[in-house]
Write a protein that binds this ligand. Sequence first.
Ligand code: KG4
Ligand code: ZN
Length: 338
Amino acid sequence: MNKVTVLAIETSCDETSVAVVQNGREVLSNIISTQIDLHEKYGGVVPEIASRMHVEKINFVIKEALQEANVTLDEIDAVGVTYGPGLVGALIVGVVAAKAIAFAKDKPLVGVHHIEGHIAANYITHKALEPPFLCLVVSGGHTHLVLVKDYTSYEIIGRTRDDAAGEAYDKVARAIGLSYPGGPKVDKLAREGNKDAIKFPRAMMDDGYDFSFSGVKSAVLNYINGAKMKNEPIHNADIAAAFQSSVVDVLVSKTIALAKEKSLDKVALAGGVAANQGLREAMEEASKANGIKLYYPDLSLCTDNAAMIGCAAYYEFMGGKRSGMNLNAVPNLPIGKK
Ligand code: KG4
Ligand code: ZN
């Protein structure tokens, strides 16, 4: 087999996405049908709506991905699919579709961990990137410091004890009147604000590698309530800038400290919050100052997409992983589970 072609499916949250990826890093197609506008009016993802929309869209998205890549199901070498973590009803739609194709066409099935997919997005953007490296995974549901030992071997060293970074962004966004998903909007607004106008707490938690973002989120909500009660003006841009600076400071300092402790000179960012301009800039600066090379995926590969799942599936497939027809959605799937 000189070319390995993977059809990949991702339906863990609110994007129905299907991709065709060759040899792990060459994306032939990556179709993303987003449901954001449907969830926006509820202020967050409604699981029931997400599942129903995946059911409606999945066949069309599969067809489009194959058409754009100009390959047929017969030419596929393996089917990769996110089977966790995520919303159970949403995951099941992708898993069932992948199983149906694998069964009907007698193709190997490879279940993929969503976070391992986010990490793999870096391989698509940076063709020469190889493990080992340290990866800061920051998404709507996860905040992890992961030691990527090899393409299919991971060790989690730090994790959030409460809110994920993206979740804190979305909640703060809501408090200052920005619609879901608020992360990118807070990021944009932060550029117009003064980060030193308000001082929000930085949860360093005695310098371990775990995170906590519920404190800064509550501090923002308390600040807004206090200002409202005292009839003081509220400057949303300053709030956004001060909040972002608090989150970014913690993320950057813990990541750099861990990279130094482990003597790793490569650090990658992954997940939706890796799209954050403030985080990228601060990471870039701190990495340079410490002789570390920084990697992050193209903007379009930071948030949920199937190309990253296709990349992770390729490495799992080459490593010999095969999932059975009993593959099921696992909403709280731990990272690194074989
Ligand atoms: O990785 P992702 O698409 O979904 C999960 O697996 O959770 O991440 C979505 C999260 C949302 O919370 C969204 O607000 C956040 O990523 N996000 C951002 C930015 N772009 C997306 N947060 C901060 N700044 C951004 N530019
Ligand atoms: Zn994600």
